[in-house]
Design a protein around this ligand. Structure first.
Ligand SMILES: *[C@@H]1O[C@H](CO)[C@@H](O)[C@H](O)[C@H]1NC(C)=O
Ligand SMILES: *[C@@H]1O[C@H](CO)[C@@H](O)[C@H](O)[C@H]1NC(C)=O
Ligand SMILES: *[C@@H]1O[C@H](CO)[C@@H](O)[C@H](O)[C@H]1NC(C)=O
Length: 522
């Protein structure tokens, strides 16, 4: 506003005094910027997000616009995925085809883990067959979701990837292997013994097979190259995703992507029934009872919720975002499957934020037709819109939410507000029981609680203290949720250098160039 009025002032009277004043202002402004940027990096302490002064005339604390929307400072950090000088790539001689390796999978993390494992084991990777037995009930194949050729060629210096098992290996006996979860490099080197007796290993399970931490830098960076360079969505998905983002930007410039996990199966699986009717709770219990591969049958919903293990309900999300300070007019893209309870339950969120949009509202029927029957392709669209959003808010920390959060960190610490579900549930209950007024004190507490949960740079968290043995791996922050420090570095002297990938292109996700904020920040 100040610049605008200065500009007006200058155009009206172009006296030398005004020009001197203008230059002075510019000078002062650049000093300000310099001082601002020279501040030392304080990990996990972004600029305070709370405006302390309260406005008695408003129901909630007023939060300044830029505090709501601006990404946390990235402190000069950049993506870095180039191999070190010690790295031995694999340039395969295709006539020497000897071994193969394939697995079932459905997620980014699993695919890129298997790229790294294949590299360690000197194996040829067969393009993954997506897991059709999961509750996604989806017949998509890899190339429906990802750009297969791009995946193969981008990684050709790292690992050999083939579309399918070669004919001559189809009938040879396979080693069917459940690799141990969270294994180290040493484990997989040892597993190379399997090649003495087998030419093909069938990896039966591929989730969390590779450790988050204590792996060589080059293996971690290979994971990032696989994730952020090699795995691009297929052209039809990429193109529609881009259109959806453009349409959102045309509507209001800025938007929140809310990953609202509130599907029937996820509620049945977690046993979370807070806010549901008795009939609904019973329906979920029966579903859990009848789903064989869900091991835990007897769940106390109250305890789940108090422990912070339940997704926020649509209503709770509404209360939460309002308390953070977002005005009711905020445009919110809802990334989700089918919401349990349908429109009635969604209206509990809509009463706080009427400006909710779904892909079904942004795209035409014809555009969505190709994806409609494929949950994983539809989720890919949500992934793109979430990745490009100004603010990403997951109501639950599932695989996709983690992958999006990590990708946003990689691309420049875009803002991700991660609800502290355990803390929030306590506050919601105090609000409900009248211990807290639904006014500034509640809002203030919620804002304090989330001051350091906005996606600012910080190193990946290790295991929870006091937990020993294998169980500690479960408590670590996943590599995919936060690839810092291995794939995000500070390169004051090499800015630019570390940013180009092998073919000289800017690394990262292709779509970043279209995001006004992402591109400007990079
Ligand atoms: C592949 O290996 C064979 C035998 O060692 C060699 O003659 C040939 O030149 C190699 N081809 C390439 C492309 O490296
Ligand atoms: C890795 O595979 C290549 C090609 O099959 C082979 O030439 C090389 O000796 C292997 N390296 C190890 C360590 O087994
Ligand atoms: C569930 O846990 C809560 C809190 O620990 C307890 O009060 C309640 O009785 C439990 N409900 C059942 C059905 O066990």
């Amino acid at each position: 506003m100040r610049t605008a009025s200065t500009a007006k002032f200058i155009s009206r009277k172009q006296s030398p005094r005004a020009i001197v004043l203008y230059i002075f202002l510019l000078f002062a402004f650049s000093i300000f910027i310099f001082v601002f940027n020279a501040g030392n990096i304080v990990e996990d302490h972004p600029a305070p997000v709370i405006s302390i002064q309260s406005h008695p005339q408003t129901k909630f604390l007023q939060t300044a616009d830029d505090e709501l929307w601006d990404a946390p400072s990235r402190h000069g950090l950049r993506p870095c995925v180039k191999p070190t000088s010690r790295y031995k790539g694999k340039i395969y001689n295709f006539s020497l085809y000897s071994v193969a390796f394939f697995f079932w999978s459905s997620s980014f993390a699993e695919i890129s883990d298997m790229v790294a494992v294949a590299h360690i084991m000197n194996a040829t990777l067969v393009i993954p067959q997506l897991d059709r037995r999961s509750f996604w009930q989806d017949s998509s194949i890899f190339s429906d979701i990802f750009d297969e050729l791009h995946f193969i060629t981008t990684l050709q210096g790292d690992v050999r990837i083939v579309r399918e098992l070669p004919k001559e290996l189809e009938l040879v006996p396979r080693a069917r292997k459940h690799f141990t979860s969270w294994s180290s490099m040493g484990y997989y080197k040892e597993m190379m013994q399997l090649w003495n007796d087998h030419q093909v290993i069938h990896v039966a399970k591929s989730d969390s097979r590779l450790a988050n931490n204590d792996l060589p830098l080059d293996i971690q960076r290979l994971r990032c190259r696989a994730l952020y360079h090699a795995l691009h969505f297929s052209p039809p998905i990429e193109s529609l995703g881009k259109k959806l983002v453009d349409r959102l930007r045309m509507r209001s410039g800025k938007y929140i992507a809310l990953h609202l996990r509130y599907e029937k199966d996820m509620l049945a699986f977690t046993g979370c029934t807070s806010g549901l009717t008795d009939a609904e709770s019973e329906e979920l219990r029966i579903m859990r009872e009848n789903t064989k591969h869900w091991k835990v049958k007897d769940i106390n919903s109250t305890e789940q919720r108090i422990g912070g293990f339940c997704p926020l309900t649509p209503k709770e999300v509404g209360i939460f975002l309002q308390a953070i300070g977002y005005p009711p007019s905020t445009l919110i893209y809802v990334a989700s499957g089918e919401i349990y309870g349908g429109d009635a339950r969604l209206s509990e969120l809509m009463s706080f934020f009427p400006n909710l949009v779904f892909k079904e509202k942004l795209a035409t029927k014809e555009e969505l037709n190709a994806f409609a029957k494929h949950a994983s392709q539809s989720a890919a669209l949500d992934y793109i819109v979430s990745l490009e959003s100004d603010v990403f808010v997951p109501s639950y920390s599932g695989n996709m939410a983690r992958a999006v959060e990590g990708h946003r960190r990689f691309l420049g610490h875009r803002k991700t507000i991660t609800p502290d579900r355990k803390g929030l549930v306590r506050l919601f209950d105090e609000l409900e029981s009248g211990q807290l007024r639904e006014t500034s004190s509640f809002s203030d507490l919620v804002q304090q609680m989330h001051k350091n949960r906005q996606g600012a740079p910080r190193k990946r968290k290790g295991p929870s203290p006091g937990i020993k043995g294998k169980a500690r791996f479960r408590t670590e922050e996943s590599f995919y949720e936060n690839p810092y420090p291995e794939c995000i570095c500070r390169s004051p002297h090499l800015s630019g250098y570390g940013m180009l990938n092998r073919d000289g292109r800017f690394p990262g996700y292709e779509l970043q160039a279209m995001s006004v904020h992402g591109a400007a920040a990079i």
